[in-house]
Design a protein around this ligand. Sequence first.
Ligand SMILES: [Zn+2]
Length: 434
Amino acid sequence: MSELVRCARALVGGSERNDFAFVVRDGEIVDAGDFKPLRERHPEAPTRAFPSDRLVVPGFVNGHSHAYQILLRGWADDWSFERWRDEALYRVVPQLEPEDVYWVFVAAFSEMLAAGITTVAEFFYLNGRGNAHAEAAIRAASQTGIRLVLARTWMDAPHAPEVFRESIAEARERTRELRAAHPEANVCVAPHSLHGASEAMMRAAAAFAEEEDCDLHIHVAEAQSEAELSMSRFGKSPVLALDSLGVLGARTVAIHAIHVRDEEKALLARRDVRVIHNPTTNLYLGDGICDVVGLLERGIVMGLGTDANVKPSAIDEMRAASHLQKLARLDGAALGASTAFDLATAQGARALGVSAGDLAAGNSADFLVLDASAIDPWSPPGNALVYRGEDCWVQAAFVRGARAYAGEPSLLSLEARRQCARIALRCGVGKECV
Ligand SMILES: [Zn+2]
């Protein structure tokens, strides 16, 4: 069954189109273009029409998230990274049972859908007791309707909580099982980082990605302390250390890439590594500023992520990505609205290897209906969205042609909020910890 979606206003390939339409069949866009010829080509298809006070745009792609970190926001915000890790992250997340993971992920994914995020790459590190927790995350994605890329973490660093750690054999076996059981979850492998996974685990993960022909996500050069640790352990910077371990290649998705010298940017480009930039989290944690312009100039494919999820919002990430580059380069032309929008949509989808991010044939029918009434008539809608857009402009979010957000919180998301309050209380989360 096909459906023709007619849009008085749409953003297609980053540009505004009027009376644009696309045809959805089995969740995929099979044809797209001006309404009249499209209507002639598909005379039987029923029409869903959005008038000129609506703007239809592709759904946003979130390239990096830790959904359970919504429990850490609003109280542990102003601690040093070490204190935040040891007294918030390492204390709270290990207490989560699979059922808790389900509810926390429903809450986080519901917030993302309400902010127009239709694809999320979850970097999931609660795997020490088997796959039950990861399966709860997958169930949360399927019940909220968001598209999931599960970057299934491998960790064996002795300092990490026991419930994060696995042997290489366990990680390999369980990741293989998860991939076989859940093809819809796009499970790929994610050795945590240079500080979270041993040299042997890193090499094994790279071999796994090759054998299984899947992507490999990894945190790279996020904090200054990681660069120092890499120098003392390997005598090399994080990028060069990972390259010597055989981790960098066309399957690699590097998260952050902040503390990276020019010759290392060139190396990342030569290895065809993709990069996910997480500007609001970098600001929040005081990590540093990724040289997005320098990476893009070298031809690296990039996307944006909400990482710590203090406020999961693709609009905020686009705005921060642009502002940070302007500031870092003292140049108002450094990274404009159209590039920021591309990073959050088409290019971000390429960075994750998913067919989405534009209203074009061959892509999944992931799209948003935005309230266009706040867009000044003299403003290109992409500029309005990036520099003054609000998440509340999102009136509906569709994933694979099905409505996953309808303009107000679902009953499931309201229940998830209640469950999160209960979980937070049980885990000793909150203002009395500050
Ligand atoms: Zn992360």
